[in-house]
Design a protein around this ligand. Structure first.
Ligand code: UDP
Ligand code: MG
Length: 343
């Protein structure tokens, strides 16, 4: 090989394969983003590995999206993925995982409740052979006793009635190997209850305990109703026990009705028939009506789920991916498709 061509060869920069991707869903987090980026860099740069930050803007309205685009234009380690509108955290995570290229992928909240300083420990556990490194909260600082109790009860219930085992006190904060991420990316369902999907994958899992910090800035995007919906979503996505429950309720009320009827017959035979029972009639009717409506509603929930799955509509739509490493800025609508391959 002559001197010229070896010099030329040396000048081509073949990018190292990415070891770590950090996937971060972002929705109206503008005030924390600079702090988040600083803290991530302070942790990741000394590790001397090729990493990327996949920041997914979930249709923010406070300029977070533009900030990420600017960041991605300036820093080659940042990949800004903008969704076309707000699709919800689960969809944003799905988009981020599909874009992540790393051998290990960490999922992290933008609000710094999941401390980036734990990343080296997570990587160590992964290198020691774990496919999933699941972060378990030791404390839930800044959360009300009510939220703690309801979360506890919810996981107990869900694990009882479904065949996946979602560890209590874990969130989305975790590391996953390429194998685990590929598995998640292949799951076809549109109802993305991420914690359930993570648990479904299984694989050797290592747990690390940590103290969950309070939000760095801004407010939680969840209100009580939102959490209740998510809980219901989790249960109906992973279990058909509620359908059986309504079946059980039907059997019990039918049996109770027969016993009550027999009792009335016996009473009439012994005591004659003074016309009575208007209040009991009304209460039985309303209770039965309620049980029936609840059962129909529950059935409707599953039929509705099947309906949405049948539509095969994508979980999210990408507006653009800005990534300076490849020096390209995609923004044509034709390219903004489900699972746009990372390039
Ligand atoms: N998030 C999102 N889309 C949404 C709501 C939230 O991407 O529609 C992101 C949010 O920016 C944050 C993470 O999901 O990074 C967790 O949200 P939040 O802190 O509000 O939830 P909590 O910590 O209270 O469970
Ligand atoms: Mg939070």
């Amino acid at each position: 090989m002559n001197a010229v061509s070896s010099k030329w060869l040396a000048s081509i920069q073949i990018p190292d394969p990415i070891v770590l991707s950090v996937v971060i869903p972002v929705y109206n987090e503008r005030p924390v983003l600079p702090i988040l980026y600083e803290r991530l860099r302070r942790v990741l740069d000394p590790l001397q590995i090729a990493y990327e930050l996949v920041m997914v803007d979930d249709g923010s309205r406070d300029g977070s999206g533009q900030y990420l685009v600017d960041l991605a234009t300036a820093a080659s380690s940042v990949k800004a993925v903008r969704l076309s509108r707000n699709f919800g955290k689960e969809a944003a995570l799905t988009a981020g995982l599909a874009q992540a290229e790393g051998e290990a992928v960490i999922v992290l909240d933008a609000d710094l409740q999941d401390p980036p300083e734990l990343i080296p420990d997570m990587l160590q556990a992964w290198r020691a052979g774990a496919d999933v490194v699941c972060m378990r909260r030791r404390s839930r600082a800044g959360e009300t006793a009510f939220k703690k109790l309801s979360a506890h009860l919810f996981y107990r219930l869900l694990n009882r009635i479904s065949d996946v085992d979602i560890p209590a006190d874990t969130g989305d904060f975790r590391l996953m190997s390429r194998q685990a991420v590929d598995a998640i990316n292949q799951l076809p369902e549109r109802n993305r209850y991420m914690k359930g999907l993570f648990a479904w994958v299984g694989l050797p899992t290592h747990f690390i305990e940590y103290d969950r910090a309070p939000r760095a800035a801004g407010a939680s995007k969840w209100d009580f109703l939102g959490l209740l919906t998510l809980a219901f979503e989790g249960i109906t996505s992973f279990s058909i026990a509620p359908l059986r429950l309504s079946m059980g309720a039907g059997v019990i009320t039918a049996l109770a009705g027969i016993v009550f009827g027999l009792w009335i017959a016996v009473k009439t035979l012994i005591l004659g028939n003074p016309v009575q029972g208007y209040p009991s009639l009304i209460s039985i009717m309303t209770v039965l009506g309620g049980v029936q409506l609840i059962s129909i509603g529950l059935l409707g929930e599953y039929v509705g789920k099947a309906y949405f799955e049948a539509k095969q509509r994508p979980v999210y739509l990408i507006r653009d991916v800005v990534h300076n490493r490849a020096l390209r800025h995609e923004s044509s609508p034709e390219k903004s498709q489900f699972h746009v391959a990372s390039r």
